[in-house]
Ligand binder design. Structure first.
Ligand code: GLN
Length: 548
């Protein structure tokens, strides 16, 4: 087993995850089997209870793990399916160690950060690295590990120490350390400054880790002089100083790294031979270049509540992009703050928000929690339904469409979800009986569940290639009120997919509309660059006027 370990310095948000997954793309294109681990040095046991405001989207895995959004990047770039164990947090590590201590496993010893926490981390990494995640059934050749946060933080110290020890546990020849840093530009001539990188490498080396490769985020490609200086001061070979400068789109990053011989460098360090031709990487380049060449736009109005923070909807954005590539359009997402659409709110952006919604080619209502912005979303769904505008509702978006339909087609006054109005006279969406009301973490209906199709022919089933059932990932507490299903369906909003009991509504489609679809699950989590998620592809196809 070989390990690529990616750390970061200077500041967060440098794109360690993208660097790590891009290196993964290169190794994969060399024919290797990969898996990956993301380490998050916070005390939360998982990302499930964290606000999207603070931490971006909560990514959901097949096994129901609620994890950091970087796991989504790995799944998409490496085309793997990870498990909750692939996300290590301080909270999870401590919980395990404390459980072992309570069981008496440490035989009376004083339980300490070193060696007990650091050993637990190393055991965890070794255990998970050996689990196949690419569906091949083979033990992975390489595990790409990303350490979140920046080196030198109090939080990450036990992990850095564990990784330092790890190189001796598994042998230095099996580990490649990659450090991601920042090279800012200052002054009138735009000089590339190396000092922040010098400091972070010094810090890392002080902790016992010598980077094999230095990846420098910069606006422009690193100049020869900058490279030479970094090599000299950071104890890294000159050809191991890599420029991660701005590129036209994300998918160009693996290509840029390849052109700087990163694959050769990592392979040399880990003892792999790189094949002469890399057809998978050639395919990847074709895709990256195609994205650059798209000019004709398609506008999707995204009606949400964290619209200032695109990270909160990262997988949804990716699924839209993957779909836009396929219909050969450049995606433009028009972010709409749903409260601005609410007829009862006194928003100064009201008219402008509606103008944008009405000009869009399609409308998307993504997942969400809490009452804020609900009426605006209902108004958007109403507009899409009554004006034949393509609509996709994800999770909450399906519930919104259901509420709108109950109010305006069935005439059920004040219809609502009990999440937003406990005393609604017409509960259209209700709390699922098996869900806990007191425990917040990890208690939703989570992870992959099968959804059989109940209708022979409908748009969404065609999009899924006429599949008999779909396996998609869930994250919700509420469901369409089973008592209303018959009435709703009789009026034309059909739940074409239900769970295996035939009770729980999973996929809705409106009869006689170009594309009015909702899913109780989150199809965005399984979208891939070359395999867009079918409900999203349907939205884009309808938005550009293609028949489904
Ligand atoms: N708040 C809704 C529920 O819990 C929708 C959840 C979601 O969109 N992920 O059912």
């Amino acid at each position: 087993m070989k390990y690529v370990i990616v750390t970061g310095g200077v500041l967060s948000g440098l794109g360690k995850g993208i660097t790590a997954s891009s290196i993964g793309v290169l190794l994969k294109s060399a024919g290797l089997h990969l898996t990956s681990i993301k380490i998050d040095p916070y005390l939360n046991c998982d990302a499930g209870t964290m606000s999207p405001f603070e931490h971006g989207e909560v990514f959901v895995l097949d096994d129901g793990g609620e994890v950091d959004l970087d796991l989504g990047n790995y799944e998409r770039f490496l085309d793997v399916a990870l498990a909750r164990e692939n996300n290590i947090t301080t909270g999870k590590v401590y919980a395990n160690v404390i459980e072992k201590e309570r069981r008496g496993d440490y035989l009376g010893k004083t339980v300490q950060v070193v060696p007990h926490i650091t050993n637990e981390i190393q055991d965890w990494i070794e255990r998970v690295a050996n689990v196949c995640s690419d569906g091949s059934g083979k033990t992975p050749d390489v595990c790409v590990i990303e350490l979140g946060g920046t080196v030198g933080d109090i939080e990450s110290a036990p992990f850095v120490e564990a990784l330092r020890q790890f190189q001796f546990r598994v042998g230095k020849e099996n580990v490649c350390f990659v450090h991601v840093s920042l090279v800012p530009v200052m002054g009138p001539v735009g000089e590339q400054k190396t000092k922040p990188t010098q400091h972070t490498v010094k810090e890392l080396r002080g902790l016992g880790i010598i980077p094999d490769i230095l990846v420098c985020r910069s606006e422009k490609p690193l100049e020869m002089e900058t490279r030479a200086k970094l090599a000299a001061f950071c104890h890294v070979a000159e050809d191991a100083v890599v420029s991660a400068h701005d590129v036209s789109n994300l998918y160009q990053i693996p290509i840029s790294l390849y052109e700087q011989s990163v694959l050769g460098k990592v392979s040399q360090q880990l003892g792999f031979t790189v094949p002469d031709s890399l057809p998978k990487l050639d395919e990847w380049k074709v895709m990256a270049d195609k994205i650059d060449s798209l000019e004709e736009e398609v506008h999707i109005a995204m009606v949400g509540k964290y619209t200032g923070l695109s990270d909160s909807y990262l997988s949804v954005i990716k699924a839209l992009q993957h779909s836009a590539f396929v219909v050969n359009r450049k995606l433009v997402i028009d972010w709409i703050e749903s409260t601005d659409l609410d007829p009862t709110e006194d928003s100064e952006n009201h008219d402008e928000a509606w103008r944008i919604v009405k000009a869009a080619d399609g409308i998307l209502v993504p997942g969400g929690f809490g009452v804020r912005g609900i009426e605006g979303k209902i108004a958007a769904a109403h507009y899409a339904r009554t004006n034949n505008v393509p609509y996709l509702g994800v999770c909450l978006g399906l519930q919104i469409a259901t509420i709108e339909f109950c109010r305006n087609v069935l005439g059920l006054e004040g219809a609502n979800s009990t999440e937003f109005d406990e005393n609604t006279p017409n509960p259209a969406v209700v709390f699922m009986p098996e869900i806990s009301k007191t425990q917040m973490g990890g208690t939703m209906r989570l992870g992959t569940k099968p959804t059989p199709f109940l209708v022979d022919d409908c748009k969404i089933r065609r999009l899924y290639g006429d599949a008999a059932h779909v396996d998609e990932r869930h994250r919700h507490r509420y469901e369409v009120n089973p008592e209303l299903i018959e009435q709703i369906e009789a009026a034309g909003l059909v739940y074409v997919g239900k769970d295996e009991t035939g009770q729980r509504c999973e996929i809705m489609e409106l009869e006689g509309h170009p594309y009015y679809v909702g899913t109780q699950y989150h199809p965005e989590f399984k979208s891939r660059p070359n395999r867009p998620s079918p409900p999203f592809l349907g939205l884009l196809m309808a938005a550009v006027g293609q028949k489904i």
